[in-house]
Design a protein around this ligand. Sequence first.
Ligand SMILES: [Zn+2]
Length: 258
Amino acid sequence: MGVSHGARMGLDRMQAPSPTKSTHMPASERKTSTRIDRENTIDEIYERIYVAILEHRLHPGTKLGEERLAEIFGVSRARIREVLARLAHEQIVELYPQRGAYVAKPTIEQARDVFEARRLIEPAVLKRLIDTLTPEKTARLRQHLELEFDARRRDDKRAVIRLSGEFHTLAAELAGNSALARSMRELCMLTCLTIFLYDAPTASSCRSDEHTQIVDAIAKRDRARAEKLMSDHLDHIEHSLKLDATSTEVDLEAIFKG
Ligand SMILES: [Zn+2]
């Protein structure tokens, strides 16, 4: 199948460094050696494409032409290939021999897999976060809720989508397990692509009041309640999507006839 093949190609071509580690490095820690400069450029391009997909500016299935991207970012095609390989490694982009790179288009089956994986991972994130909770961590979560509220107030839909996903990634990062954080980041991106593809017309991504309730439970170190709220939250997102095959199957005959 296209996706697994694409992902495998990504793996073969490079061992992607953790994007969270490098992209969040403060400027003061950056060395001036050529090697690091080169990585920063790749990080920046990676981040710009990543955010464009996350904010639904780049649609699933969009072709990511090496030559055009190289022109846009003013770098070599080889560098763009490295960025695309990293995105493919995270299953955000699919690589096809001869045809090039495309923004991933998760199937219904893959979408269900993503929710199943999130149901396993998010309770582990909550447990670890509550076990290691500090006032600073709670403050970071509340700060993020403020950003979400603000984006909703401004009716900035792109920011709302991005921040909704980032809430879950932030929780995983604050939990302090880098492997969980990496998985969460990937799963949030796949959820985002899924919402894009299978969203019911009236649905939104995450309900912000649910994030607030989850943070309240975390702050009280009420693990059982936090887990229950998270499980309900994932149900709400999954049920707002049209993941039954019959409703998403396109009837080409009906479209082109008459
Ligand atoms: Zn959410």
